[in-house]
Design a protein around this ligand. Structure first.
Ligand code: SF4
Ligand code: SF4
Length: 106
């Protein structure tokens, strides 16, 4: 049996952005990153990325600074809870309603 055949017989999990659908449409709070507090944004070094690691929807980028894809972010708040620098705040989604309407996200 070739290794490719074996790969087809086992379950595999390869999470990606939007695995749960366009969840941004029902978010009530959105995470906002304060780049003045975010460790990689402040230092310019590829460190931390705890938000990227813990996001269950894989919508945080591992970039400097990290960014969040709000089309798919469901607003669960895990990133804000886990951020060691307190750099992510959960803001009321209604503050951004005009911006989201313009992008067609809601
Ligand atoms: S967890 Fe916080 S400090 Fe770390 S990369 Fe994300 S926003 Fe920045
Ligand atoms: S609130 Fe944070 S952890 Fe939750 S889906 Fe959005 S970016 Fe990911």
């Amino acid at each position: 049996m070739k290794s490719d055949d074996f790969a087809c017989m086992i379950s595999r999990s390869e999470p990606g952005p939007g695995d749960g659908g366009r969840t941004g449409s029902w978010r009530v709070q959105r995470p906002v990153i304060d780049t003045a507090k975010c460790i990689p944004a402040k230092t310019g070094k590829p460190s931390c990325f705890t938000c990227w690691l813990f996001c269950p929807d894989a919508v945080v980028t591992k970039t400097i600074p990290p960014t969040i894809d709000y089309v798919y972010c469901k607003g669960c708040g895990i990133c804000a809870e886990e951020c060691p620098a307190g750099a992510i705040s959960m803001e009321d989604e209604s503050r951004f309603i005009t911006e989201e309407n313009d992008k067609g996200c809601i």
